[in-house]
Ligand binder design. Structure first.
Ligand code: FAD
Length: 459
């Protein structure tokens, strides 16, 4: 990240940011290896910064994870020091006297800016090691890929090289006592109250943060759900998904760890392949989009064919129109949409299929496509625990044509792919989903026909 000449120092600092875990972390293992070679201790530093759009829900989940990471690092003899402030202030402070600064890699604009600012302000060499994808993003491609079908063969070609266990190194010199002063992590809720973060969103009621929680969920998923993943993961009524996205977002679990465990499971081949398609191809397509498309979060950076088509249909009559407050309150005429919104607001995680439907309906019932784009991003990033993630920006843009192709032309959408509630009725017992999130009084009329399962995926 910088071209500083090697310097003598008292320690090696690993600035943990994206990969917030003590195991299966390539950046941490590299830092340990370098520290051992230099006969120095390695210390892990964390800057508790203000992250755009993050609120109490996100900080609490992250701090729960960091509390565990601190303990797990201590068990390996490694000190963890967390301080409040932006990385460009906290990290150079922690790196004073360092022989080497090691970082991890993040794909969002703010994460890249942090690393660039830190690189300029430290006196020692600064090296970043990628650990939150399986195939390093720059090894896959050097441009923004058009769709899953264009990136898939490139990822598959390199997968055997990277789908390999990571060796855990022992530290030569323990550093637990060196990591001071540090904020107390024993009570994440209490620490959260002292941070100047938005407290308007309650903690999510479905998932607890941290590696142990992730690991338990993953174990249960592999033992009981993975075998039927290809048939059941699209159904919002069945709990057929892994719920790994929030843990992946905060780097509390490694995608490599997940992939290896799924890969060696005794689930049917089709289930393993379908899951790895999501975890590796779809997920890493999102990283590719953020790495190579500077406008990944902007409406005007959508593909030209999509913008032209939406422009042509700008003045089309919308059957319903809702404003931000109505969307946020889940107060539309559509119980399916309201239930999806309720799932996200309460649990912090909407089912993937419903995210697609939910986004498409915001496009259909907003005054302009630009307003729809802003509304989806706002709600997604405010309420989803996994929000503000490359996959979130890619998922929102998918609702407007990115990583997709033109479909039959129709009002409002133009040639952007359309979705409607009939699909939900046909495929799923959607009334059960509504009952779960809105209560049984929100009945559908006419009653839903029996579900027919068919997989629909973004191209
Ligand atoms: C409008 C919209 C918004 C979205 N916002 C987000 C977001 O903010 N953060 C986020 O991580 N994902 C987002 N997604 C992608 C997807 O919905 C979630 O990753 C998925 O629902 C997470 O649930 P899971 O971990 O149980 O998935 P599983 O089905 O168990 O899949 C395993 C992993 O594969 C990856 N994955 C699964 N589906 C997709 C997909 N469609 N695209 C890319 N990667 C995928 C995720 O990392 C996921 O954890 C969005 C999709 C849409 C259409």
């Amino acid at each position: 990240m910088n071209d500083r000449a090697p310097v003598h120092g008292t320690h090696v600092l690993y600035w943990m940011q994206q990969a917030q875990r003590a195991e299966f972390n390539h950046a941490l293992e590299y830092a340990i290896e370098q520290a051992n070679a230099l006969r120095l201790p390695v210390v892990v530093g964390f800057s508790l910064a203000s992250f755009p759009e993050a609120n109490r829900r996100h900080y609490l989940f992250m701090l729960e994870g960091l509390r565990e990471t601190q303990k797990r690092l201590a068990a390996r003899g490694i000190g963890f020091c967390i301080r409040q402030g932006p990385p460009e202030e906290v990290v150079p402070g922690l790196a004073q006297g360092s022989a080497l600064l090691v970082g991890d890699i993040g794909y969002l604009r703010v994460q890249r800016q942090w690393r660039e600012a830190v690189a300029k302000r430290v006196a020692c060499p600064f090296v970043c090691v990628e650990s939150d994808v399986i195939v390093p993003v720059a090894e896959v491609s050097d441009h923004a890929e058009f769709a899953a079908r264009t990136i898939r063969p490139k990822i598959h070609r390199r997968l055997p090289e990277f789908l390999k266990p990571l060796k855990s190194r022992a530290v030569a010199i323990p550093s637990v006592d060196l990591a001071k002063p540090s904020l107390p992590l024993d009570d994440p809720a209490a620490l959260c109250r002292t941070l100047g973060v938005d407290h308007g969103v309650a903690a999510a009621d479905r998932l607890a943060g941290g590696f142990t929680a992730a690991n338990k969920l993953l174990g249960r998923f592999i033992d009981h759900r993975l075998a039927a993943y290809a048939e059941e993961s699209d159904d919002p009524v069945l709990d057929g998904c892994s719920h790994m996205s929030a843990y992946l977002h905060f780097g509390q679990i490694s995608p490599l760890d997940i992939a290896l465990r799924v890969h060696k499971s005794d689930a049917p081949r089709v289930a393993i392949d379908t899951y790895l398609e999501q975890l590796v191809v779809r997920r890493e397509l999102g990283m590719n989009a953020c790495r190579f498309n500077p406008g990944y979060d902007r409406y005007d950076a959508l593909p030209a064919w999509a913008l032209q088509s939406l422009e042509k249909h700008r003045k089309d009559k919308r059957e319903f129109l809702y404003a931000r407050g109505q969307w946020e309150a889940g107060a539309t005429h559509d119980p399916c949409w309201n239930a999806a919104q309720a799932e996200m607001v309460r649990s912090g995680q909407m089912h993937n299929y419903m995210r697609m439907y939910w986004g498409k309906k915001i496009l259909e019932w907003s005054r302009t496509p630009e307003e729809a784009f802003d509304t989806i991003l706002y709600l997604n990033n405010k309420y989803e625990l996994d929000g503000r993630d490359p996959n979130g920006f890619a998922g929102v843009a998918w609702c407007f044509g990115r990583h997709d192709r033109p479909w039959t032309e129709r009002p409002v959408f133009g040639t952007i792919r359309y979705m409607n509630a009939n699909g939900l009725h046909r495929k799923f017992d959607i009334q059960a989903y509504i009952d779960r999130w809105l209560g049984p009084k929100n009945s559908l009329s006419p009653p839903s026909p029996p579900p027919v399962r068919r997989k629909i995926e973004p191209e």
